[in-house]
Design a protein around this ligand. Sequence first.
Ligand code: PLP
Length: 426
Amino acid sequence: MLFHNSLDFAQKLDAEDPLGAYRDEFHFPKMHGKEVIYFTGNSLGLQPKRTQRYIDEIMTDWRELAVEGHFHASKPWWDYHERLAEPLAKVVGAIPKEVCVMNTLTVNLHFLMASFFTPTPDRFIILCEEKAFPSDQYMLQSQVRWHGLEPEEAIVTLKKRDGEHFWRTEDVLSKIEEIGDGLALIFMGGVNYYNGQFFDMKAITQAGKSVGAKVGWDLAHAVGNVAMELHNWEIDFAAWCSYKYMNSGPGNASGIFVHEKHLENKAIPRLEGWWGTKKETRFLMKPQFEPMPSADAWQVSNPPVLSLAPYLASLEMFDEVGMYALIEKRNRLTTYLEFILKEIGREVNGEFEIITPLERGCQLSVFLHGEGRPLFDFLMKNGVIVDWREPNVIRLAPAPFYCSYSDMYQFGQLLKRGILSKTANG
Ligand SMILES: *Cc1c(COP(=O)(O)O)cnc(C)c1O
C-alpha cells in the first residue's frame, strides 16, 4: 500500500480499520486535556474498560459468599485458572492443557528451569542472546550456580556482528552446531526487548532439538504481539508476563507453556505444591503427589483469583478479535509508523535510525544520533508516552489493540518539531 504522511490519509486508515472500535474499550491517560499517544504497551498495556467489572465480580462474591466462593462463586475460584487456558492457548499456538497461569514471570522461569535444566558433566551449556533482559540473566546465572557451576563456563551468549544491531539466524544456528552435544538448553527471548527482533523460534528450536538440547523461550515481548505455534514448533517450555501486550495490569500473573510430550512424563523433576496434584483427589489431602495431566502440574499454590480476573477480561478481548486480525493491523500500523519515521528522517537529515530488523512485532527501536535525552523529554512533555533505554534508544510500540494511524501521524509531527527546535537551539 502507498502511504502518505498526512492527517487526511491517517484518518482514512482509521475509518477503514476493522479494530478501530476497540480503541474505545481502553482507558487512556490524559495530558493537557487530551488522550496521550501511547507507545509503551510493551511495558504496561492500557487498562481495558471491562476489567473493572471482572474484579468487582470477585469482590462481590468474596463479600457475600466468603469461603463458599471457592465452589459457589459465579465463576468458582478453585478452578478459576482453567477459564484462561483455552483463550490463552489460542494466543500462543498451544493446546489448552499445555498452558497454565500462575505466579509471575521470573518466578515461573525458575520453576521451569527446575524441570528442564538438568545439567550433567558432559552436557551443561546454556545458550542465550547477549544482553538478554536483566531478570533473565540473573535467573540463568543463579540457576547455574545453584547446580554448582560457574556462569562463565556454563552460559554462552550469542553476539551480534560488529556494527550490526540484530542477530542473524545463521549465526545462531552455527553456534548451536558448534556447541553440539555440550548444549543442555537454549533459552532466549522470543522477541528481544531492546531491538524488537522476533527470532526465528521455529528454526532455532529445531536446531536445538537436533543436538539433543532442551529449548525454552521467554515470551514477555512476544505474547499478544506475534504469531506463534508453540505446540507445532515443539518448544519444550515457555513463560510470559501478562502486563505488556496482554493488558492485564501491573505485575500481574504469568502464563506458562509445557509441551504435551512432557505432561505424562513421570520422571520429570518438578517443584510441587497442592494445586498441581490431581483435582479429583486434591481435597483428600493425601501424602502422595499425583500430577495433573496438564501444565497445571507446575501450579504450586491455589490461584490468585484477583490477578486472574483482569487476565480473563483481557483474554476475552483477544478471543473476540483473534491474533490473525490483530497481526494484520499490527503490520499495517507498524509499517505506517516506519514510513513516517523515514519521511521525517529525510526532513531532518537523518538524526535517527531504526535498529529493529524486519523480523519484528509492533515495536520499533529508534537510535537517536546526537543528544537523545532532551528529545525524549520533549516528547513526554507533549503527550507522547515513549520509553527510553540507555545509551540513546527510544522504543515505540504501537499496540494494535488501541493505537491509531492518526496517533502515528501526530507523533511524526511532534518528533519533527522536537528535533528541529533542538537543532535550532544549538
Ligand atoms: C518484562 C520482562 C520480564 C519481567 O519479569 P517479571 O518477573 O514479570 O518482573 C522478564 N523478562 C523479559 C524478557 C521481559 O521483557
